[in-house]
Design a protein around this ligand. Structure first.
Ligand SMILES: Cc1cc2nc3c(=O)[nH]c(=O)nc-3n(C[C@H](O)[C@H](O)[C@H](O)COP(=O)(O)OP(=O)(O)OC[C@H]3O[C@@H](n4cnc5c(N)ncnc54)[C@H](O)[C@@H]3O)c2cc1C
Length: 247
């Protein structure tokens, strides 16, 4: 990992410095905004953007893509320190870090070079969109689908509880492309692609400022990339993603 001097069994000086800087940011930038967030209960776009611009969403992204390359312990420290002050902003960071993992572990090289640098720079917030109204824990019960039409896939369906639904720029959408446990495929879909719609934002009992809402896909066309097609074997337990990408 960061290769620094160990300061505890698990952490290094680099971890400690990171913790200090996130704590400082959380206390000086996030904390003063909490009363307004609690009062308005609106999605906090500006603060999410400001947090992303610190580079923290790219904490697990390698330095070759402009990321911090500090791994999962550092990731946990960032989430912990943001959550210490604001659960909503901790959830915001965590939701997009999940979106990063999907690209890092299962994306094609083309997808990695295309998206990871802008995620690491804080210009793009990714999401993961898996849950549906009738299939939460039972992922294989999902009914959203994608059908192949020439060089494109056409996505239809609804996803709910998508972390960063209303601030994310790139949705990692898992849908059905075939029957059974090998019939799930993930797509990277830009939030401004035609056929992508947001459900009305509804405040919840807590986590005010965070959005975990509904995304609707209506005949959303995503180009097929032959270069990444080999990676497209779906697997129920791991929902191996990212065979296609928009643009
Ligand atoms: C803050 C927040 C953020 C989220 N972010 C995301 C996100 O970014 N992307 C995304 O796709 N989803 C997200 N989710 C959704 C989350 O993944 C689902 O809520 C979760 O998968 C559970 O699904 P469910 O709510 O439909 O509950 P259910 O699957 O209906 O489960 C409800 C209860 O029934 C139990 N249960 C379910 N099936 C069985 C069974 N067969 N036998 C016994 N007990 C069972 C469960 O343990 C649970 O206690 C988020 C949710 C929250 C609250």
């Amino acid at each position: 990992m960061s290769g620094g001097i160990p300061t505890t069994t698990f952490t290094t000086k680099r971890h400690d410095e990171l913790r200090e800087s996130v704590r400082d940011f959380a206390e000086t930038v996030v904390q003063p905004r909490i009363p307004a967030m609690e009062q308005s209960r609106a999605v906090e776009v500006a603060l999410a953007t400001e947090i992303a611009r610190q580079g923290w969403i790219g904490v697990t992204v390698g330095t070759e893509f402009g990321g911090m390359g500090l791994g999962h312990l550092a990731k946990t420290i960032i989430i912990e320190e943001l959550s210490r002050v604001s659960g909503a902003m901790g959830a915001m960071a965590q939701a997009s870090m999940l979106g990063v993992a999907k690209i890092l572990h299962f994306g094609s090289d083309e997808q990695k070079y295309r998206w990871l640098p802008s995620i690491a720079a804080g210009h793009c917030l990714p999401t993961i969109a898996v849950t549906e109204q009738e299939s939460g824990g039972h992922v294989l019960g999902m009914t959203s689908s994608a059908r192949r039409e020439g060089d494109e896939y056409v996505l239809n369906g609804r996803k709910v509880f998508v972390g960063n639904s209303h601030v994310g720029h790139l949705h990692g959408v898992v849908v059905r492309t075939g029957p059974g446990s090998h019939g799930l495929t993930a797509f990277l879909v830009e939030s401004d692609r035609p056929g992508v719609y947001l459900g009305n934002y509804r405040p919840t009992m807590g986590l005010n400022g965070f959005s975990f809402g509904e995304i609707i896909f209506e005949d959303c066309r995503v180009p097929w990339r032959t270069g990444s097609a080999r990676r497209a074997t779906g697997s129920a337990s791991r929902t191996r993603p990212a065979c296609c990408t928009g643009g």
